[in-house]
Write a protein that binds this ligand. Sequence first.
Ligand SMILES: Nc1ncnc2c1ncn2[C@@H]1O[C@H](COP(=O)(O)OP(=O)(O)O)[C@@H](O)[C@H]1O
Ligand SMILES: [Mg+2]
Length: 294
Amino acid sequence: MHKPLRSLRKGQARAPRRRPLHERAAPGGAVRRRDDRRIAPVIDVHDVCKVFELGQIRVDALRNVSLRIERGDFVAIMGSSGSGKSTLMNILGCLDIPTSGRYEIDGVQVSEMDEDDLSDLRNRKIGFVFQNFNLVPRTSAIANVELPLAYAGLPRSERHQHALAALQAMGIADRSHHLPSELSGGQQQRVAIARAIVTNPSLILADEPTGNLDSHSTEDVLEIFAALNAQGRTVVLITHEPDVAEQAKRLVRLSDGEVVEDRRTTNVHDRPPVVHAQKSSHRAFSAGAKEGRP
Ligand SMILES: Nc1ncnc2c1ncn2[C@@H]1O[C@H](COP(=O)(O)OP(=O)(O)O)[C@@H](O)[C@H]1O
Ligand SMILES: [Mg+2]
């Protein structure tokens, strides 16, 4: 999981901000109004390079990558191992910074944010899902899902309520007191997705979320992502599996740190392509999806 947030390390909730992040100055000093944000891309990567230097060795992990992603899009990022997918995802999720180039999220320049802003952003706007689930071991499913809410300083009873609702939405509330080691891979990933969405983020970043799952669980998880996207959330999903990528509305392919293909298959505001899963285990989730949380 990403680095512990500062507020967690201090073990205290942060004081309310004077102004929310989205109202702060946009580049050029202008303050973006709410309406402007609707048309602004949620992600705007411009000419980003990322260089890792290990002694004498220099790795150009990203080379002049430019990528704009609109709100509500569902983007699959593909590419062979070492092509820079995770590096790009870490930058999109503000877990790492580019060596050069510009990255704006919701119209705010990431390089101008301080550590507190970044923690806020990661905690409130972005939900992360990883290949190896990254659940805290020896900690119940529900306690795992409550964690981001604890960082956000929510009282215990509210944390519990929201975490249970998220587990219910993932169709896994009956396992809320199980430890990760007592759950299958597919179940662990559903807990991890519950944790990613419990703060109601508008952007979901998933790095090979089905990489460790069998085909049955893969279909379940894809169905969940499709439903999250249908609710209006932006989803960026890294995968090396072509059938997984087919569930997205747009495909971006990286090779050797460069974007070599960018192809749209479904309009941003259309529903994501139909998932070929005939599972009944997500009825609860599908019902929740109709409530239309953003
Ligand atoms: N922290 C790091 N330090 C040094 N090199 C790195 C680091 N992270 C990634 N790389 C290198 O950057 C390139 C892209 O890696 P990565 O983004 O993880 O690829 P992918 O996720 O597509 O498999 C690889 O050559 C990798 O070895
Ligand atoms: Mg990777």
